[in-house]
Design a protein around this ligand. Structure first.
Ligand SMILES: Nc1ncnc2c1ncn2[C@@H]1O[C@H](COP(=O)(O)OP(=O)(O)OP(=O)(O)O)[C@@H](O)[C@H]1O
Ligand SMILES: [Mg+2]
Length: 286
């Protein structure tokens, strides 16, 4: 029988005192003049170095809000977020966000200038060094030949690669990605997932990745946090390191996807039902 997630979280935080990112009992709210919207309720998880940690849940469950909080744009009303033990209370160059919209690239800057911009603006590097770093990461995402092109001349997948190169060039402690491939067609999306995994094999960055696609979560992640519908609470954490793009369509992969679907959407007895099934590694939150 699976131990409740709460016990798991406690024992894990003792075992790995130095998690890279700790989200500890975090509730997040939006306050408008009319009302208060609670986006997440007492969410806890820990990300270790080189994890590909996925937040998965239905629309409106607070995934983007959690990402913004990890980035330091929003402060919790309860609980705490820590990066290497330091409380996160503002944005910083050690946490870079890649958003869904690729129109985040200023159109008047070339690809190379786009990648250089955060390095220069944050005073991480100066002229020549920033240029070398930018070219290095453009090379990694296969866009060295497009360094002098302008964003409007690129396809959606290429813009996605520029956004990833720009983020990785900052060499952040953690890369935060909010549905980065959602705007792409199915084939390009699959290609980008593959490229992201290849890039991870090479660079071994730490990733916090948001999606509402179960399939994408299983392919991209090594750990998946399942969140309930609004307001988001932790339903379970699933280990998914055994899957990659080659697993798509396989029996085990499909069965895992179905189990995650049940955990996400079945009310009531979902947790009990899962006890009878044999998920590779799963912790259910009650
Ligand atoms: N600026 C805002 N002001 C008020 N409420 C907001 C604001 N942004 C988000 N919310 C609310 O907070 C909740 C969580 O929103 P969030 O964008 O984090 O969800 P999400 O899981 O990322 O959804 P999706 O999968 O659709 O992107 C929702 O109920 C949403 O309506
Ligand atoms: Mg979102």
């Amino acid at each position: 029988m699976n131990a409740p997630l709460q016990d798991y979280t406690v024992s894990k935080s003792i075992a790995s005192a130095q998690a890279l990112l700790s989200v500890d009992n975090v509730s997040l709210e939006y306050r408008t003049p009319q009302r208060v919207v609670r986006a997440t309720h007492q969410v806890s998880f820990e990300i270790d170095p080189a994890d590909r940690f996925v937040l998965l849940g239905p629309s409106g469950c607070g995934k983007s809000t959690l990402l913004k909080a990890a980035a330091g744009f929003i402060q919790p009303v309860e609980g705490e977020i820590r990066l290497q033990g330091q409380r996160v209370d503002a944005p910083g160059p050690d946490r870079i966000v890649v958003f869904q919209e690729f129109d985040q690239l200023p159109p008047w800057k070339t690809v190379k200038q786009n990648v250089m911009f955060p390095l220069l603006a944050s005073k991480t590097l100066k002229g020549r060094e920033a240029e070398e770093r930018a070219l290095h990461y453009l090379e990694k995402v296969g866009l060295a030949a497009f360094a002098d092109a302008y964003p409007h001349t690129l396809s959606g997948g290429m813009k996605a690669r520029v956004a990833i190169a720009r983020a990785l060039a900052m060499q952040p402690k953690i890369l935060l990605m909010d549905e980065p491939f959602a705007a792409l067609d199915a084939l390009t999306r699959r290609k980008m997932q593959e490229e992201l995994l290849l890039l991870w094999e090479e660079v071994r960055f730490t990733l916090l990745f948001v999606t509402h696609s179960i399939e994408e979560a299983l392919v991209v992640g090594n750990r998946i946090l399942l969140l309930s519908p609004h307001p988001g609470r932790v339903r379970a954490e699933v280990h998914s390191h055994q899957y990659d793009l080659h697993s798509l369509g396989g029996v085990a992969f499909q069965e895992s996807a179905r189990r995650i679907h049940r955990l996400l959407f079945d009310e009531g007895d979902a947790a009990n039902a899962e006890h009878e099934l044999d998920f590779a590694d799963i912790r259910i939150a009650y």
